[in-house]
Design a protein around this ligand. Structure first.
Ligand SMILES: Nc1ncnc2c1ncn2[C@@H]1O[C@H](COP(=O)(O)OP(=O)(O)OP(=O)(O)O)[C@@H](O)[C@H]1O
Ligand SMILES: [Mg+2]
Length: 350
């Protein structure tokens, strides 16, 4: 890719690029009157509830990492990102982004980060996409040659040409998202915050975006913090995850570690020969349990620490005539759902 190395504004060349310590954010939600008068009276009112959106979160992100920032709806992901990008001020705790405090150095911080909120565009709604890019070039004072190179790269990798002269309001969701990501990177930020960048995109568009994110990370060493509800995004992009729930951090570690801890069960799917499943009797095999049966197709769950797949296949084949078989890996989606529902419990997982 023909993009120049990111020009960091100043500061650190070593150590973590993002450092979050004991971060908290509470919102006052007033119960009182609605509307303008309500806002005035509520301002002086004590009738509010405190929503603790982020509670005592600490973590660090190293240069060049892609960190998946996960959690169920309302967990506090977007609130965290807003504090990291300087949009919101923490109630307490400390944030350093490439050495800067994002709130007190909002301008400088803006130069070193790129932000995409999938739910709403940062582009100028009435202008053609290319005009948004030009405006950003001026706002961030991107040198002409670098801008040209970046634009060429993004046009190619994100396939922008067919709609680059179209007003943003007329773009499809997938086109707009590609435009948004290009815009967020036009000034060569060293850190990119992506809040649900693949929301609402079709599978092809998602794939294209993931490839682009991977390329930008690899070739420009851009550090990326990604929130998403799409586990395929996580599987394809992130080695490390943070999971938050109700404002608190419940997991910080590798994706493979989660898989190892939670993924001890696998499923052997077998297709029996048609004359052997007459009355749908569940198969009986030591070390495995039939968890589902549809005619000749049976799903046998087994603990891979107790028996190997090969040994189990041998056992099944010795008892039943088989036509076909396959092994299903534990799906990360199911694992994450379980963690959302039950919390993270390394002991139970193991
Ligand atoms: N400006 C605000 N005023 C009051 N409460 C807020 C505000 N912004 C967020 N909250 C509350 O803080 C909590 C966390 O919200 P946040 O948007 O960070 O969640 P999220 O993890 O991004 O969820 P989602 O996956 O749905 O995007 C929620 O309970 C939300 O209602
Ligand atoms: Mg959110």
């Amino acid at each position: 890719m023909q993009v120049q190395p990111a020009r960091s504004v100043q500061i650190t060349t070593h150590g973590p690029v993002i450092r979050v310590s004991d971060l908290n954010k509470s919102f006052k939600v007033y119960h009182g009157r609605k509307g303008f008068l309500g806002t005035i009276t509520n301002f002086f009112s004590n009738d509010y509830k405190l929503v603790e959106a982020v509670k005592n979160i600490s973590f660090e992100v190293g240069r060049g990492e892609i960190l998946g920032y996960l959690g169920p709806n309302g967990a506090g992901k977007s609130t965290s990102i807003k504090m990291l990008t300087g949009i919101l001020t923490p109630s307490s705790g400390e944030v350093r982004v490439n050495g800067l405090n994002p709130q007190s150095n909002r301008r400088e911080n803006a130069r070193q980060i790129g932000v995409v909120f999938g739910q709403r565009t940062q582009l100028w709604w009435d202008l053609p996409l290319i005009d948004s890019f030009e405006l950003l070039r001026h706002i961030y004072k991107v040198p002409a040659d670098r801008y040209r190179r970046n634009l060429d790269t993004f046009r190619e990798l994100l396939d922008l040409d067919s709609f680059i002269n179209t007003p943003v309001r007329q773009l499809s969701l997938g086109q707009r998202m590609r435009g948004d990501i290009a815009a967020a990177l036009m000034h060569n930020p060293v850190i990119l915050f992506l809040d649900e960048p693949t929301i609402g995109l079709d599978v092809v568009a998602k794939e294209r975006l993931r490839n682009f994110i991977r390329a930008i990370n690899k070739e420009q060493d851009v550090t990326i913090l990604l929130t998403t509800h799409d586990m395929s995004d996580i599987e394809q992009l992130c080695k490390r995850l943070i999971i938050i729930d109700k404002g608190s951090l419940i997991y910080d570690g590798g994706l493979d570690q989660i898989r190892r801890l939670y993924g001890k069960y696998r499923t052997l799917v077998v297709d029996l020969e048609s004359d052997t499943f007459a009355n749908n009797v569940p198969l009986e095999v030591p070390d495995a349990v039939e968890i589902k049966g549809e005619g000749p197709r049976r799903w046998l769950q087994f603990n891979r620490e107790a028996i190997s797949a090969a040994a189990l296949i041998g056992q099944v084949a010795a008892r039943y005539p088989l036509q076909d078989l396959s092994i299903e890996e534990p799906e990360i989606e199911a694992i994450i759902r379980q963690i959302y529902e039950e919390g993270f419990d390394a002991k139970r997982a193991g």
